[in-house]
Design a protein around this ligand. Structure first.
Ligand code: C2E
Ligand code: CA
Ligand code: CA
Length: 784
C-alpha cells in the first residue's frame, strides 16, 4: 500500500475520533481543555515532521516550498506548546502573547510556501494576478462582514489586541488567496497536493475566523466545535506532504484542470461575498478601507472580463487558422487552397503571370494503410507532405486535398519556368524510399501538371483544377513515373463532362479497393505457387546460337488474365513479398533447367533478383542447395541484378555476389544505362555480364548520341572482360547495328518472345537458328 493511502487512513481515523470526542457533550471543563491542548501539540509536531520529510524528499522549487511550509508548521507547533502551557499552567492565558507571535509564523510560512509552489508556466500572468485580487477582495469582504467588522467595532480591548485579533482572519484571507492561486496555476503533477493544501487552508481559515469571533465575545475555550477545522487542516497537511513524497516516485500523469473550472473559480468567492454583503445593511461597508477594496474588486472583475474577451478573440483566430489547415500534415486544406487559388487567378489577370497546379496522388497508398495499419499510413502522409514542401518555394502553397492527394499551387510564375521544375523536383523526391516502421517503402505518386498561362484568361480556377486532375489521372492510368503535363487532347479524350473531377476521384478509390483485393489474391497465388515463368531466349550475335534464357515471372489471374510483372511486381515490392516471389522463381526456373538438362540441353537460365535481396547473407547457401537438389551445376544459373534502385548495403551485396560468383554462378547487371548509377557498380561489384536497357537499344538508330554511348559502353565492358547483352531488339536493323558495335548477345522480340519451357526445348532441339535463317521467331506463347 502506498504511503499516502496509509497516512490518509490514519488521518481519517484520528479526525473521526476527534470529531466524536468534541461532539460527545463531554467537551467542557478543565480536563477537556487539557486533552484538547495535548491533542493539538501531539498533532502539530508530527505535521511539522511530515512537511519536513516532504521537503527532504523533493527537489528544486518544490523543496523550497515545503521548507517554507515546514517553518510555518514549526511556528504553529510552537504556538500550541506555548498555548498549552498558558492554559494549563496559568490561570488566565494572556492575550496577545508569545503564542500569538508563534502562531502568526504559520500564515507567513504557508503563504511563502504556496507562492513557491511549482506553477504551470502556460498560465497567463495578468489573469492570475486579477484572479488573485478578486479572490482576496471577495474573501476580505466576507471576512469583514462576518468577523472583522464586529471585532473592529468592539475594539475596546486596546489597540494591540484588536490588531492581533484582526491579524488572524486577515492573514487567512491572504494565505487562502495564495493557496487558491497556487491551485489554479499548479503544474499538472502538483494539482493533487495543491488541492489538499487549499482545502486545508480553507478549514484553518474557517476555524481562525471562528476563533477570532468567539474570542472577541470571550466565548472561546478549548474543545470548541471550531477546533474540528484545525484538526481537519492538520490532517490534510500531513496527507498533502505524503502525497508530495509519493509523487516523486510516480511517473508524471497529466490531469488538466478542466477549462471551465479555471475560468469560473474566482467567481465562487465573489458570489459568496455578494450573498453575505446582500444580507448586511449598507452602513457596514461605509468605511474607506472597505470602499477601496470594493472598488479594486470591481476593477479586477472588469479587467478580467476584458482579458477573457481578448483571449477568446485570440482563440478564435487560432481556430480559424486551424480550420484552414489539414490537422494531420499541417499543410493547407481544401478551403485554404481554394482561397489561395482564387487569389492567384485574380492576380494572374492583373500581373499577367501564369498560375500552375501540380496534383499528386500516391499510388498504392491504400495498401500501406491496409497492410501496415493506419498509423503507418499517417506517418507516410506526413513524410510525403514534408518531401513536397521541401521542393517548393516559400510563396507556393502545398495542400492536402484528399486522403492521399496533394496539390501544389505555383503562383507568380511569369516565364512558366518554375512550375515544370517544381513538378519535376516533387516527382523525383519520391525516388528515395520512405522508411516507415523500419520498413523501406517505395511509394510513387501520379503527378499531373496544368498551367493557366497569362494569355489564357478563359481558363477559370475550376477549369485549372480539372485539367491538373485530368493530367494526374492520365499519369495514374499510364503509370507515368515522372510528371504528366496537361494537353488539350487529354481533355477531349478523358474529360467530356463537368462531373469528371468527381468521377476521377471515385474511379481512383475504386482502383484502390481493387488493389487491396489483388494483394490478397497475390499472397494466395504465391502460397499455392500459381505464379509461372516465361523464358526469353538470348542469342549469340556471332554464332546465332541460343546461349541462355531469362526467366520472366507471370501471374495467370483467374479474372484478369495473364498479368505481366509490371502489373503486379509493384504490389510485391511494396508489401515485402519480394523474397517469397524470388524463391518461387528460382525454384521454378531450376525445375525447367533440370528438365532441359535431362534432355541434354544445357541452357543457362537467368533469374531477376531485386537488388535489396542480394544483401541477404543466407542467399548463396539457399541457391546452392536449390542447385544441388536438382543435381544442376552452378553454371546453369545467372543472377540478374534488377530494379531501378540504389543499392543500400553495397558491402553486404558485394559479399553475397562474390560468394555466388565463386561457386560458379554468373552475375549480370540488368537495365544498364537507365535508372540507377550502374557505371559505378561496374567497378564496385563482381559481374560477368552487362544487359543494355531496352530503352537505350531502341534509340541507337535514331539518336546518334545514344548510339555513341552504347558503342562506348560495349567497348568499356569488353575492356573490363564483361559480356554485353542487348535487350529489346525488335528489328533486323538494330540487330545489324549491334553487330557493328561488337555486341555479344541479343534478346528481343525480333529473335524470340518469351516462351514456355517446352517451346524453349523445342526451339533448341529443332536447331532453329533465327539469325542465320533470317526469320525471327515470333510463333511463341506471347508477344505484347
Ligand atoms: P527485364 O529484366 O528488363 O526483362 C525484359 C523485359 O523486356 C521483359 O518484360 C520482356 O518481355 C521484355 N522484352 C523482351 N524483348 C523485348 C522487345 O523486343 N521489345 C519489348 N518492348 N520488350 C521486350 P517483362 O517480362 O514484362 O518483365 C518486365 C520486367 O519485370 C523485367 O524487365 C524485370 O525487371 C522484371 N521481372 C520479370 N520477372 C522478374 C522476376 O522474376 N523477378 C524480378 N525481381 N523481376 C522480374
Ligand atoms: Ca532482367
Ligand atoms: Ca532489363
Amino acid at each position: 500500500m502506498p504511503k499516502t493511502a496509509r497516512v490518509a487512513i490514519c488521518a481519517s481515523v484520528i479526525f473521526a475520533t476527534f470529531v466524536v470526542w468534541v461532539l460527545s457533550g463531554r467537551s467542557h471543563g478543565d480536563a477537556v481543555k487539557a486533552v484538547d491542548d495535548v491533542v493539538f501539540v501531539l498533532l502539530t509536531i508530527p505535521a511539522a515532521v511530515f512537511t519536513a520529510l516532504a521537503a527532504r524528499a523533493v527537489h528544486g522549487r518544490l523543496r523550497a516550498a515545503w521548507i517554507a511550509i515546514t517553518i510555518g508548521m514549526v511556528g504553529w507547533a510552537l504556538g500550541e506548546v506555548l498555548w498549552a502551557y498558558y492554559e494549563l499552567a496559568l490561570e488566565e492565558p494572556p492575550f496577545p502573547s508569545l503564542a500569538d507571535a508563534a502562531y502568526l509564523i504559520m500564515p507567513v510560512g504557508f503563504g511563502v510556501g504556496l507562492l513557491l509552489f511549482p506553477a504551470d508556466s502556460g498560465q497567463l500572468r495578468a489573469r492570475t494576478l486579477l484572479d488573485g485580487v478578486i479572490v482576496a477582495g471577495s474573501l476580505f469582504l466576507v471576512s469583514w462582514v462576518t468577523i472583522l467588522n464586529p471585532i473592529y467595532s468592539a475594539g475596546s480591548d486596546g489597540a494591540p489586541a484588536v490588531i492581533i485579533s484582526l491579524a488572524y482572519p486577515l492573514s487567512d484571507v491572504v494565505v487562502l488567496t495564495i493557496a487558491a492561486m497556487a491551485w489554479l496555476r499548479a503544474a499538472d503533477d502538483q494539482r493533487g497536493v495543491s488541492t489538499l493544501l487549499t482545502i486545508a487552508m480553507a478549514f484553518i481559515a474557517l476555524s481562525d475566523s471562528g476563533f477570532a469571533y468567539l474570542s472577541a465575545k470571550n466565548d472561546y475555550s478549548s474543545g470548541n466545535l471550531i477546533d474540528i477545522g484545525w484538526v481537519a487542516g492538520l490532517m490534510l497537511i500531513m496527507v498533502a506532504a505524503t502525497v508530495s513524497r509519493d509523487e516523486v516516485r510516480r511517473p508524471r500523469v497529466h490531469a488538466n484542470l478542466a477549462g471551465w473550472a479555471s475560468v469560473c473559480f474566482p467567481y465562487a468567492p465573489l458570489l459568496l461575498a455578494g450573498i453575505v454583503a446582500a444580507a448586511e445593511p449598507a452602513t457596514v461597508f461605509q468605511t474607506p478601507l472597505v470602499g477601496t477594496v470594493g472598488t479594486l474588486l470591481m476593477l479586477a472583475v472588469l479587467g478580467r472580463q476584458y482579458l477573457a474577451v481578448r483571449e477568446n478573440r485570440r482563440l478564435l483566430a487560432t481556430v480559424a487558422e486551424q480550420a484552414l489547415r489539414d490537422p494531420l500534415t499541417g499543410l493547407a486544406n481544401r478551403a485554404m487552397f481554394s482561397d489561395r487559388l482564387e487569389e492567384a487567378m485574380q492576380r494572374r489577370e492583373r500581373d499577367s503571370a501564369a498560375v500552375a497546379l501540380i496534383i499528386l496522388d500516391l499510388n498504392d497508398f491504400k495498401l500501406v494503410n491496409d497492410t501496415l495499419g493506419h498509423p503507418a499510413g499517417d506517418e507516410l502522409l506526413n513524410r510525403a507532405g514534408e518531401r513536397i514542401l521541401g521542393c517548393v518555394r516559400n510563396s507556393d502553397t502545398v495542400a492536402r486535398i484528399g486522403g492521399d492527394e496533394f496539390v501544389v499551387l505555383v503562383d507568380d510564375d511569369p516565364m512558366h519556368k518554375h512550375a515544370d521544375q517544381i513538378a519535376q523536383r516533387v516527382a523525383e523526391s519520391f525516388d528515395k524510399p520512405f522508411v516507415i516502421d523500419g520498413q523501406e517503402l517505395f511509394i510513387r505518386p501520379s503527378v499531373g501538371l496544368a498551367v493557366a498561362g497569362a494569355d489564357e484568361p478563359e481558363v477559370s480556377a475550376e477549369e485549372l483544377v480539372k485539367r491538373a486532375d485530368t493530367a494526374m489521372y492520365a499519369a495514374k492510368k499510364t503509370r507515368t513515373v515522372g510528371v504528366h503535363r496537361f494537353t488539350p487532347d487529354l481533355q477531349e479524350a478523358t474529360c467530356p463532362d463537368d462531373g469528371l473531377v468527381h468521377r476521377l476521384r471515385s474511379t481512383a478509390s475504386n482502383e484502390d479497393a481493387a488493389a487491396a483485393q489483388l494483394l490478397g489474391e497475390l499472397r494466395q497465388a504465391i502460397d499455392s505457387v500459381e505464379l509461372t515463368l516465361a523464358y526469353q531466349p538470348k542469342f549469340d550475335l556471332l554464332t546465332g546460337h541460343m546461349v541462355g534464357v531469362e526467366a520472366l515471372v507471370r501471374w495467370p489471374h483467374h479474372r484478369r488474365g495473364l498479368l505481366s510483372p509490371d502489373e503486379f511486381l509493384p504490389l510485391v515490392r511494396h508489401n515485402g513479398l519480394m523474397r517469397p516471389v524470388t524463391d518461387l522463381v528460382i525454384n521454378t526456373a531450376l525445375d525447367a533447367a533440370q528438365g532441359w538438362h535431362q534432355a541434354a540441353v544445357h541452357l543457362p537460365i537467368a533469374v531477376n533478383m531485386s537488388a535489396p535481396l542480394l544483401a541477404d547473407p543466407h542467399l548463396p547457401a539457399r541457391i546452392r542447395r536449390a542447385l544441388a537438389d536438382r543435381k544442376l551445376p552452378a553454371s546453369a544459373l545467372t543472377v540478374e541484378i534488377t530494379e531501378d534502385l540504389v543499392l543500400g548495403n553495397i558491402e553486404g551485396t558485394r559479399d553475397v555476389l562474390n560468394q555466388l560468383r565463386r561457386s560458379g554462378i554468373r552475375i549480370a547487371i540488368d537495365d544498364f544505362g537507365t535508372g540507377y548509377s550502374t557505371l559505378s557498380y561496374l567497378c564496385e561489384l563482381p559481374v560477368d555480364e552487362v544487359k543494355l536497357d531496352r530503352r537505350l537499344v531502341v534509340q541507337i538508330l535514331h539518336d546518334a548520341r545514344v548510339a555513341t554511348v552504347v558503342h562506348a559502353v560495349i567497348a568499356l565492358a569488353h575492356e573490363l572482360g564483361l559480356i554485353v547483352v542487348a535487350e529489346g531488339v525488335e528489328d533486323a536493323d538494330v540487330a545489324a547495328r549491334l553487330i557493328e558495335f561488337g555486341c555479344d548477345v541479343v534478346q528481343g522480340f525480333y529473335f524470340s518472345v518469351p516462351l514456355s519451357a517446352d517451346d524453349v526445348l523445342r526451339m533448341v532441339t529443332d536447331a532453329t537458328d533465327p539469325i542465320g535463317a533470317g526469320t525471327p521467331v515470333t510463333s511463341g506463347t506471347e508477344r505484347t
